[in-house]
Design a protein around this ligand. Structure first.
Ligand SMILES: [Zn+2]
Length: 254
């Protein structure tokens, strides 16, 4: 199992890589988003030098607000074209797997329509990413629509798409992370970890919310031994490092 941390996309990306490298993470989860981590502002050669200096591996992550499920076709197409620009940069950074987030509509659109719009975009994205030898991972976000049934419908309709399971998101609104792990482990390629109170997507340090980590890690470890990003968004990063120690200890104990 490998533990990583993301750069903050609104901070200097090179300083962010330095912090992640110096603090002993195995990889960086590249959050390439507005406004400082966009293709035209990234010094790829300097970033690669730092990755090498610290022996950091990489995974990639596009903006969570890309409208791949918009009911407006031209907006979906624009989302795909925007993501493709990022795939080119990820390819140059040596990234092999990139996250695209779910994008559900609410109100007058049904789940079936939400599936249809996203499937159309995701099929194009999987093809586009192949040009750079990149696999696409689908990350369900923090809405009630991101349930086992809907995720299953998406994965069934997009061959070659992998699952990125965000365990914090899978812990909201009565959902259970273990249900996702058991059902989708064969497509599971990456994991995000953070804690919450089961009502709000709080991105807390491990143990600060109500997740039963012993139980959750035990199920995860049974099926998975890959990359885990600590998506802990505390202002004081000591809590990130504490979460890293806790995760490593728990993983080794179970
Ligand atoms: Zn996440």
């Amino acid at each position: 199992m490998k533990i990583g941390f993301p750069n903050h996309p609104r901070k200097d990306i090179l300083e962010e890589i330095e912090w992640i490298g110096k603090n002993g993470f195995d990889f960086i989860d590249f959050f390439l988003e507005e406004d400082k981590a966009v293709p035209e502002k990234i010094d790829i050669e300097k970033a690669k030098t730092l990755l090498k200096k610290y022996g950091l591996a990489t995974v990639g992550h596009t903006a969570w607000y890309l409208p791949i499920g918009s009911p407006i076709k031209s907006i979906r197409n624009a989302a795909v074209a925007e993501a493709a620009k990022y795939f080119a940069v990820f390819g140059r950074l040596g990234v092999k797997f990139v996250t695209i987030h779910s994008n559900w509509l609410s109100g007058m659109f049904s789940s079936e329509e939400g599936v249809k719009f996203q499937v159309e975009s995701l099929r194009k994205l999987v093809e586009e990413a192949k040009k750079y030898n990149i696999g696409v991972m689908y990350e369900p976000v923090d809405t009630p629509s991101d349930n086992v049934e809907n995720v299953s419908a998406i994965l069934d309709k997009v061959p070659g798409l992998f699952l990125h399971l965000d365990i914090g998101h899978a812990n909201l609104f009565g959902k259970r992370p273990e249900d996702f792990i058991r059902k989708f482990h064969k497509r599971l390629k990456h994991v995000h970890l953070h804690d919450n109170d089961t009502y709000q997507d709080l991105h807390l340090p491990l143990g600060c919310g109500s997740t039963d980590w012993e139980k959750t890690i035990a199920v995860l470890k049974k099926y998975y031994n890959g990359t885990i990003t600590l998506e802990v968004f505390s202002r004081d990063k000591d809590y990130v490092l504490l979460s890293k120690e806790k995760l490593r200890k728990l993983w080794n104990k179970i």
